[in-house]
Design a protein around this ligand. Structure first.
Ligand SMILES: NC(=O)C1=CN([C@@H]2O[C@H](COP(=O)(O)OP(=O)(O)OC[C@H]3O[C@@H](n4cnc5c(N)ncnc54)[C@H](OP(=O)(O)O)[C@@H]3O)[C@@H](O)[C@H]2O)C=CC1
Ligand SMILES: O=C(O)[C@@H]1CCC=N1
Length: 276
């Protein structure tokens, strides 16, 4: 893989996952530069990956062709304005994973129109099984799209969306999505224990069932509805369980939850636009 320099601003959970993916894919560690104000974070990254770390965001940008913004949305305005003078000269491809931070806000903070790709990964990127949505601003050329896609593919499956507002939908489905499945797993484990299984058995059966269902759904040509029907013997146990979910109108509940997440992403974008 490439040895072109890539700088990460913010070396927290998601940056660590993306870097792990890049290195597993053969990216040269000496070409990866990360800035984070937290010395423990920097030591951890250095020790684990052998990459270069910096306390100063501007220093981390040194000769970087790609900049990956991995800070919290709430500090985006300050950090972007701080690094803007360096970017105006070097004009890297900017890859932002921040939820609810629009391309227009970043362009305003940078004070110049840079090529920006918004990416929405998720925590399974930690095990290179992430699901990542991407959107490119008009300034991004074919090479920039390729570069962004290659970086993100190291973390998992990549899908482009043609309009920026759809990144908020990606956030609601796959960005936040792992938490929904983990919540369901927690509930399944609790149910198993309440029905008499020991905790470890309930845990392992739940996780393996989730993994098996996901693998089947990924590998099968049938949609999940057909796979569900294959489990559901007429007059059997699954039918009884599903009727309980249907009584609670699970589809409506999931739609409401996803809409709430999408609306929060919109709310974050508006707050950022009003604040700065
Ligand atoms: N977590 C998730 O599931 C997902 C998160 N995202 C997005 O990823 C981004 C990062 O999230 P996540 O990795 O979970 O958060 P983390 O808090 O783990 O990482 C953010 C890092 O940025 C550091 N930081 C704080 N201030 C600065 C600064 N001024 N300059 C540089 N670095 C700074 C933080 O240090 P310190 O801890 O000392 O403050 C921390 O190490 C967010 O914008 C989020 O919206 C996107 C998809 C999924
Ligand atoms: O909860 C959040 O805001 C971030 C974005 C998607 C997942 N975690």
């Amino acid at each position: 893989m490439s040895t072109a320099r890539i700088a990460f601003i913010g070396g927290g959970n998601m940056a660590t996952s993306l870097i792990a993916g890049l290195i597993a894919d053969g990216y040269a560690p000496q070409s990866i530069q990360v800035s984070d104000p937290n010395p423990e974070q920097r030591n951890r990254l250095q020790a684990r990956f052998g990459i270069r770390t910096f306390a100063d965001n501007r220093e981390a940008l040194d000769a970087a062709e790609t900049l990956v913004l991995c800070i919290k949305p709430q500090m985006a305005a300050k950090v972007c304005a701080d690094i803007a003078p360096v970017l105006a000269d070097s004009r890297p491809l900017v890859l932002s994973i921040m939820a609810g931070v629009p391309e227009s806000a970043m362009q305003r903070w940078f004070g110049t129109e840079l090529p920006i790709v918004r990416a929405m990964p998720n925590t399974p990127a930690m095990v290179q099984t992430g699901a990542i949505g991407l959107h490119a601003s008009p300034e991004v050329d074919a090479e920039g799209r390729n570069r962004a896609e290659t970086i993100m593919r190291a973390a998992g499956l990549v899908r482009w969306v043609s309009e920026e507002f759809k990144i908020d939908a990606v956030t609601a489905i796959s960005g936040s999505g792992p938490a929904y499945f983990f919540l369901f797993m927690e509930a399944m484990e609790e149910a198993g224990v309440s029905l008499g299984l020991d905790a470890e058995t309930a845990r392992l059966l739940t996780i393996q069932t989730a993994l098996g269902a996901a693998k089947m759904a990924m590998e099968s040509n049938d949609p999940p509805s057909r796979l569900r029907e294959q489990v559901t013997s007429p007059g059997g146990t699954t039918e009884r369980a599903l009727s309980v979910f249907n009584e609670a109108d699970l589809h409506t509940l999931v739609a409401k939850a996803a809409t709430a997440a999408r609306d929060r992403a919109i709310e974050l974008s508006r707050t950022l636009s009003e604040d700065t």
